[in-house]
Ligand binder design. Structure first.
Ligand code: AQP
Length: 338
């Protein structure tokens, strides 16, 4: 193990990476890849927790991989892999599922949010069990690598807490096997809100495309989405998430992408109108997306990506296998060991 502290995280392939995923997670992956020993995976096993067509899933996985690198992850610095290429995730995921209670999983707010109104096209309710148990798989994703920190957005805090509880429980029951992880959230932008309903978090699988900005969205579409973002009728630019969630969300996006604090951003918009705020937010978002999209288009079908993923999976698996062997030994699953 190197002297650097270890981080692990991933993004789910339920759609294209959003500006929320970028600001809440990806931006930190990129910023911290020098300082930490970083393991970043494309969470394709989490990508089947909701019904998804196989062609779309395959496309999402390929696209997410290329986006990781297009956003600035460097294969010489971070270990990047696709989750299902390292089978140990599933194996440890099952062991941890068996050490997690139904009550713990049912208490996850994401379970409640994600199952709310989940219906098939014919209107019948369909809640895949994966939506309930995926936090145990997520715990495995983290605990396999002895990660000290997990860079995530605020919505994942409860899942990291669960991973910590499972790790402590397993350590107490079977003997020391897991490092206890902590979440690492950005100071600004740990929860980017839905553009049409700023009381709700921006999500890539939203049914309303106007509610989120995808990193691969057409630039004109992006301009229109920001233009039609819901604000309020006061025309006073002030950061106040309670009373002015829409405006606060736009200030947050601007501050995060400009790498300035919220007070400085507020100062820039003092005595300006909402049109000016939206114009400035559009400028920074478009600048970012254009840069990412150029790199993305070069990378998408390149052979070097396959090689980076192969190397990444091998490196990740070396670590994961050792951890899993320890777990199999300590839990009694390895029956050959006396
Ligand atoms: N709106 C957000 N603001 C800040 N951070 C966010 N994250 C997600 N949405 C926001 C962070 O992005 C990382 C990857 O998340 P994920 O794709 O694994 O799952 P999610 O949190 O469920 O994200 P989505 O976009 O809402 O996906 P769907 O639509 O599939 O549910 C995490 O670190 C997350 O905190």
């Amino acid at each position: 193990m190197s002297d650097k502290k270890r981080m692990v995280s991933g993004i789910t392939t339920t759609g294209t990476m959003t500006l929320g995923n970028y600001i809440g997670a990806m931006k930190n992956f990129v910023a911290l890849q020098d300082e930490f020993e970083m393991y970043i995976f494309v969470a394709n096993l989490h990508g089947i927790t909701k019904p998804i067509e196989k062609e779309i899933l395959r496309k999402n996985i390929k696209s997410m991989v290329a986006l990781y690198f297009a956003c600035g992850i460097e294969p010489s610095k971070a270990t990047v892999f696709v989750q299902s290429d390292v089978l140990e995730h599933t194996e440890l995921g099952w062991i941890l599922t068996c050490n997690t209670t139904l009550g713990e999983l049912q208490r996850m707010t994401q379970f409640k949010d994600k199952t709310n109104n989940l219906k098939l096209d014919n209107g019948t309710q369909f809640i895949p069990t994966g939506l309930l148990v995926y936090p145990a798989l997520m715990a495995a994703d983290i605990l396999l690598y002895d990660a000290q920190f997990v860079p995530v957005g605020k919505d994942q805090k409860q899942h990291i807490e669960l991973a910590r509880n499972i790790a402590e429980r397993m350590n107490n029951k079977y003997g020391e096997m897991f490092t206890i992880p902590e979440e690492y959230t950005p100071k600004i932008g740990s929860k980017i809100m839905d553009l049409q309903n700023p009381e709700k978090k921006m999500s890539k699988s939203s049914n309303n495309p106007k509610s989120f900005i995808g990193l691969l969205d057409n630039i004109n579409e992006v301009k229109n989405k920001i233009k039609s973002a819901v604000t309020d009728s006061e025309n006073v630019i002030k950061f106040d998430t309670e009373k002015k969630p829409g405006i606060s969300n736009l200030i947050t996006i601007f501050a995060s992408l400009k790498n300035i604090n919220l007070e400085t951003a507020e100062e820039i918009f003092k005595n300006k109108d909402y049109g000016f705020l939206k114009e400035k937010v559009t400028e920074v978002v478009v600048e970012l997306l254009e840069k990412i999209q150029i790199k993305y288009n070069k990378l998408l079908n390149s052979e070097e990506i396959d090689k980076w993923l192969e190397d990444g999976a091998q490196k990740a698996q070396n670590i994961a296998r050792k951890k899993l062997t320890k777990v199999l030994n300590l839990t009694g699953l390895n029956y050959k060991r006396k």
